[in-house]
Design a protein around this ligand. Structure first.
Ligand SMILES: Cc1ncc(COP(=O)(O)O)c(C=O)c1O
Length: 389
């Protein structure tokens, strides 16, 4: 996200449905202030300000192991988890260690644009696989794998966001997850499961993770405090089989990295120990559920026929598809002139696509602004359809 885009989001009168960020108004300032004070006033203060262990701050690792085992019965031990400086750092590390120059990485189409950016930094060979409302289309994955077999280029990794996907809001079904795992075993690639939205579920059960379904074999699962506490912490975690955690903990940047943000990790460990995390997540679910509902209701009321959208059961995003013949750039310009910003679909594809798609984030702005933003957007789309643009 560029500085320019950020500043556009706060221009007076502009409604930004761009940011997949938590609303600043609901960041837990008081809980983090109390936790910071507690850390700095404790006998641990000097330890917290030192380099930390490569794997991460033990108190936070313990907390996460207990949380994940309690909630999902994963049976994790201390060898299965390391802290990372935000989930994107984990993606970067995995790309570096496991994909290699020109190694094939399968990505969903669409997928998280910043992950594409990271993979491109490593000059990997990105191959898109289509998704629909149930997640990865198995036939599309199988076809891509056949193609790669013919080329003699077995894929190294599949990067997937199975829950409340960024940008589509889609959740992959358990059946699709099982089918993907089967293909992964058959073709020998690792699954990178980016699961940063898992806790932000509004409706129904979250399907078992790839990690759970695989018994922890062949899956590197990433989590983050960015969406459930605050992105400025730059703190997340990686769970995987011990050999993968060992490899990551001992890689060059971890070796003398002093652990992922040890001071922050001590603060978050204290925040969690004091019992703030669970109630905060419960509150976030309520806040974002209301925003999701406001978004869907406004779309339903205002959008002209022919425009379709996803119905996320959690997370931050709704994904819109415009009717045939329309394209995103003129709409982006026209909406911007009316003070509404969104992210065009094109940046979320590794191999082209998204010309009729846009992502609306409902996390960052309050419900009345979402409603007004969708209203304006619908009006602009209606006018453009009327003019045959
Ligand atoms: C799928 C996905 N992964 C990772 C991130 C970023 O996580 P972090 O702040 O932990 O790097 C985001 C944030 O938008 C995301 O949508």
């Amino acid at each position: 996200m560029g500085i320019q885009e950020l500043s556009q989001g706060v221009l007076p009168g502009t409604i930004s449905l761009v940011f997949g960020h938590p609303d600043p108004a609901i960041l837990p300032v008081d809980g983090l202030r109390a936790a910071t004070e507690a850390v700095l006033c404790s006998p641990q203060a000097r330890l917290a300000l030192q380099y930390g262990p490569q794997q991460g701050t033990p108190a936070l690792i313990d907390y996460l192991l207990k949380k994940l085992n309690r909630e999902e019965g994963l049976g994790l031990t201390g060898d299965n988890l390391m802290l990372v400086a935000g989930s994107v750092q984990a993606v970067d590390m995995i790309a570096r260690l496991y994909a290699g120059h020109d190694g094939v990485v399968l990505v969903e189409g669409p997928t998280y644009h910043e992950a594409l950016h990271v993979f491109r930094d490593h000059s990997v060979d990105l191959r898109p696989v289509a998704i629909d409302g149930d997640g990865i289309v198995i036939e599309a994955l199988a076809a891509q794998l056949t193609l790669l077999q013919r080329e003699g280029k077995p894929p190294r990794l599949l990067y997937t966001i199975p829950n409340f996907q960024n940008p589509s809001g889609v959740t992959m079904t358990a059946a699709r997850r099982r089918a993907v795992l089967e293909l992964a075993r058959e073709h020998g690639f690792l699954i990178v499961e980016d699961d940063v939205y898992r806790d932000l579920v509004f409706e129904g059960e979250v399907p078992p993770s790839f990690y759970a379904l695989s018994g922890g074999q062949g899956v590197l699962r990433i989590g983050s405090f960015s969406k459930i506490v605050a992105p400025g912490l730059r703190l997340g975690w990686l769970i995987a089989a011990p050999e993968h955690i060992q490899r990551c903990v001992n890689c060059g940047t971890s070796q003398m990295g002093g652990g992922a943000n040890p001071f922050t990790a001590h603060i978050v460990a204290e925040y969690c120990r004091a019992g703030h995390l669970e109630p905060h997540i419960a509150r976030l679910r309520e806040v974002y559920l209301r925003r999701r509902d406001v978004t869907l209701a406004a779309l339903e009321r205002r959008m002209p026929p022919g425009v379709t959208w996803t119905r996320p059961r959690g997370g931050f995003f709704v994904w819109l598809t415009l009717p045939e013949g329309m394209s995103i750039e003129p709409l982006r310009e026209a909406a911007r002139e009316q003070g509404v910003l969104f992210v065009p679909g094109t940046g979320f594809f590794a191999g082209g696509g998204g010309q009729r798609n846009l992502r609306l984030a409902f996390s960052f702005v309050p419900p009345d602004e979402i409603e007004r933003g969708v209203e304006i957007l619908a009006q602009v789309i209606g006018e453009m359809m009327g003019q045959g643009i």
